[in-house]
Design a binder for this molecule. Structure first.
Ligand code: KIV
Ligand code: ZN
Length: 526
């Protein structure tokens, strides 16, 4: 399906993902450059129509992420956000310049409360700002989106005046956000009906709903009924405060209830769970178990009556199939008796095609895991491979770890690491076993970064589950994250910590080279 402009007469809905902008803006969800690019690639593959990749004026990091995403996307339109300020618009234009299909998204507040307290501007002055800034953006790209911030608390006649001006100045998409999550579905629908009557249907109207009252998805769907044909949303509903409308919920509501909501999207829903996992790990925001569509329990049936019904006929309690959103129905397959051929076939099924050496290495790791863990699930194999991929760029590696923990004495860790081919052993104590492990790593690879996140996820069920640990280190405003997986949580912790330290040091080496004049090395690595 195409992502060309769609107006109210036509029932195709443009999915605009803002995980990397509104989502990343949520407190504590900062993502690294590489994580942002990885998420954008997943969204592009999933056929998201528009990716809002960031807010280029906000920082050099945001600018670089938007630029790289703009260069890389094959399908999606890439948007950069800009306030109604000439410098912002120029920077956004510069960041999206190399996209196959660039978009500038510019916004200004329109509600009386924002005009009085934030903008300190009159209604006439704001209309003038819209005229100039939208025209500036349109001078840079053909695809310009204009948003009326706090639209749902703006008197309708004034809102229509602003929209008319934005259209006259060249906006091609008009977004009417419920910035503070205040609207109800009925009034949100009526707002679109009113604006379309007043301003015409030559542009695409867009919803952008926040979830402060838990109504973001309901309001987005009501906006479609009112004639909007673009929905702005985020994976896992990530976003400012209580978040934005969740992309996966909007897409599946349209798919499952096409009888009442006759709108289509081009999204490949089978990739929803994968995208959700990616965003969860990168943002550090775990998905709640009972989250619609992508939660761990979204397709789990616990009560006896439900299980009985499911076994007799799945549709008794399931309105969509787990496979439809990318949850694999058969999870248990591999074990210690599985051979190389079965393993290779399994990898292919999971989407990994490895060269001979990488395959050999992965098989050895799989056998090692199968010796220690009775049931090896698909998720275990994926975690193992992610760990392997990360290791390729490793300078330092964990070789072995012994931890003395428990009550009645200091917690101690003895670690052996391979640092550029040299085996080094160190021991350290700490206020707990994880702290002792991190101190032992630090004794071998010293650094000044602070630990800003430590998170453990069980990849699969049971006490022999593999643990996946995420660690974030922060130094001079720069964040590096590392992941590690193992059946032993402390080993996974050590691997994750070392992965983050490796990235920190790699970046430091590159900067040192850049300062010494080797700019080309940085360009190649950034
Ligand atoms: O919520 C909001 O109003 C926004 C705008 C910048 C579109 O995020
Ligand atoms: Zn928002």
């Amino acid at each position: 399906m195409s992502n060309d402009n769609t107006t109210a007469g036509d029932n195709h809905v443009i999915i605009f993902d803002t995980t990397l902008r509104d989502g990343e803006q949520s407190a504590g969800a900062t993502m690294t450059h590489d994580e942002k690019v990885q998420i954008a690639e997943a969204l592009d593959e999933m056929k998201v129509d528009v990716i809002e990749a960031g807010f280029p004026i906000a920082s050099q990091g945001d600018f670089e992420a938007v630029s790289e995403i703009a260069r890389k996307m094959q399908f999606s339109i890439v948007a950069g956000l800009a306030r109604a300020v000439p410098g912002d618009i120029a920077r956004a234009g510069e960041a999206v310049r190399h996209a196959k299909r660039p978009r500038i998204h510019t916004f200004v507040s329109t509600s009386p409360i924002h005009l009085q307290h934030q903008m300190r501007a009159s209604e006439d002055e704001v209309v003038e700002i819209i005229e100039k800034t939208v025209a500036q953006a349109r001078g840079l790209v053909d695809d310009v989106e204009w948003s009326a911030m706090d639209a749902t608390r703006t008197p309708l006649e004034y809102l229509a005046r602003c929209v008319r001006q934005a259209i006259a100045s060249g906006a091609t998409t008009i977004n009417l956000p419920d910035t503070v999550g205040y609207a109800t579905p009925g009034e949100y629908r009526e707002m679109f009906e009113y604006i379309r009557r007043e301003c015409g249907d030559d542009v695409v109207y867009s919803t952008h709903c926040h979830n402060d009252l838990g109504l973001a998805v309901a309001n987005s769907l009501a906006g479609l009924e009112g004639g909007a044909r673009q929905v702005e949303c985020t994976i896992n509903g990530l976003g400012e405060r209580a978040g934005n409308a969740a992309l996966e919920e909007v897409v599946m509501a349209l798919r499952v209830r096409g009888d009442r909501l006759p709108y289509t999207t081009g999204i490949d829903a089978k990739q929803l769970v994968r995208a959700s996992k990616l965003v969860s790990v990168a943002s550090g925001f775990q998905v709640q178990y009972n989250k619609a569509i992508v939660g761990k329990n979204a397709f789990a049936h616990e009560s006896g009556i439900h299980q009985d019904g499911m076994l007799k006929h799945a549709e008794t309690y399931e309105i969509m199939r787990p496979e439809d959103v990318g949850v694999r129905s058969t999870t248990l397959v591999m074990g210690k008796h599985s051979g190389r051929h079965a393993f290779k076939t399994k990898l292919k099924e999971l989407g990994f095609e490895l060269g001979d050496n990488a395959l050999q290495d992965a098989f050895r790791r799989f056998k090692d895991l199968a010796d220690r863990k009775k049931n090896v699930y698909d998720e275990d194999i994926e975690a193992l491979l992610e760990d392997q991929i990360q290791e390729v760029a490793e300078r330092a590696k964990v070789m072995s770890l012994t931890v003395i923990a428990g009550t009645g004495g200091p917690q101690k860790a003895i670690i052996v690491m391979d640092v550029e081919g040299q085996h080094i052993t160190k021991e350290a104590t700490g206020s707990g076993p994880v702290d002792a492990v991190f101190n032992a790593v630090k004794a071998i690879v010293p650094h000044e970064a602070k630990l800003s996140l430590y998170q453990v996820h069980a990849v699969t069920e049971g006490t022999d589950a593999q643990a996946e640990v995420s660690v974030r280190l922060e130094h001079n405003g720069r964040i590096e994250s590392g992941r590690g997986a193992d059946v032993d949580t402390l080993v996974a912790s050590a691997k994750a910590y070392v992965a983050a330290v490796n990235k920190l040091q790699a970046r430091r080496r590159l900067h040192a080279q850049a300062e010494a004049g080797a700019d080309s090395t940085v360009a190649a690595a950034e």
